[in-house]
Write a protein that binds this ligand. Sequence first.
Ligand code: MSP
Length: 498
Amino acid sequence: MASPQRFCLTTPIYYVNDVPHIGHAYTTLACDVLARYQRGRGAEVFFLTGTDEHGQKVEKAAQTKGETPLELADRVVKRFQSLWEKLDIDYTDFIRTSQERHKVAVQAIFRTIQQQGDIYLGEYEDWYCTPCETFWTETQLMDGNCPDCGRPTDKLKEASYFFRMSKYQDQLLAHIEANPDFIQPKSRRNEILSFIREGLRDLSISRTSFSWGIPVPGDEKHVIYVWFDALTNYISALGYPHDPDGNYADFWPCDVHVIGKDILRFHTVYWPTFLMAAGLPLPKKIFAHGWWTVEGQKMSKSLANVIEPNMLIDKYGVDAIRYFLLREVPFGLDGDFSHNALVHRINADLANDLGNLVSRSTAMLNKYFGGTLPAAGPPTQLDRVLQGRFPVAINQVDAQMNELAFNKALQSIWELVSAPWTLAKDPAQQERLGTVMYTLIEAVRLIGLLVTPFMPSTGAKIAVILGQTTPGSEEWGGLQAGTVVAKAEPLFPRIDTE
Ligand code: MSP
């Protein structure tokens, strides 16, 4: 399938009242792999990530630490950015909701929707915990009490602006029904369809109980509700409404918003109806992945089992972590993180399968041909069969990447990893060793190309071993006879399981 010329994808923007953990790393990593894959296919890619900085929680967290919300955000943003660097995330833009460009966009879309009559002033009722000075919604309460301190809450009324979401119920249903791929995976789509069919209510989109946020234009006592603010990042980063760099025109609607399943409703009900009301096009797809547990348990601060990605990267290497997270669990389903499973994957798939292929084939070439790649002789049936597996697998991987089926794409690539040995192990092939060697090493090059989006430094290392500056093209025969190939050091050291 031909790749689109332009491809735009986004991560959620992360709250700055938490430090990055494996869950955040997962969403961002999946986007990075897809972005690199699309770039490799020649697309011009806009890959957006960033931070969600407004709201009562951040305001409070900053207060307890004796700093301003912006000071707190500045600190946490650095932690996200340094983790992305360490994880080899190559994003195009990092939006912070505290930036002026974002404020301009949020106020503009608010005004647009208000001017055409879909925002009105009303009264909002929710539950207030006096000791914590926090408003909670009905669903956030724990047995009617404050979920933070467990004390009773009171019902309070607050003036609030409302978005006429109910008006867009039928239009949204029609859109989801007409676009089967709009919400992925399918189970999530069904969940949202039944939620909408139960009836959409108007949505409160402003608060007066705290001030760390973007003011409602023309009524500055109110700050705009965090989700209205946060979701708008996807277009504010592209330049809406003024579009100084043309990115909005070039990249909106985006190809996919990648999110976790917990924030599905915000992305598939709130966001599309805001856009409909503003007369803007909807994103093409929203894909919700599952959640990670750790050794069978929910990750939580109180269980002290939060997986800190920096520590994992230091211990196992960035490519091993990138590989594991996308290989272990089908994207879209929940998964469990365990150290045993991680070590097993590294030893079996990386050290053994991939690592051995590269080191043994380059060692053979060095032993028999002094490291200089011979020209391939006329291909035999066996060569043709092996070569023929590559275009088939490349098409398969393409289809799987388009469906964000990362684990399946890796499985398809790994079927190729074991394939070349059939040729090298056959004693009848000895006399035409030159052709066998060429085929083997060229297969290594193509496998290096295919793993590059998942493991960029491994892909680059393989290219260097093969005397190349890049992994090259996906056509068979990219390596020239006479190329000098190094004898590879093990790509992935085996991890001692004792
Ligand atoms: N700020 C909002 C998103 C606004 S987008 C307009 C938010 N932020 S978050 O920091 O709490 O979460 C961001 C992402 O991390 C979500 O997609 C969420 O699903 C993901 N994860 C958080 N914990 C996770 C796991 N344990 N496992 C997998 N992903 C998880 O929500």
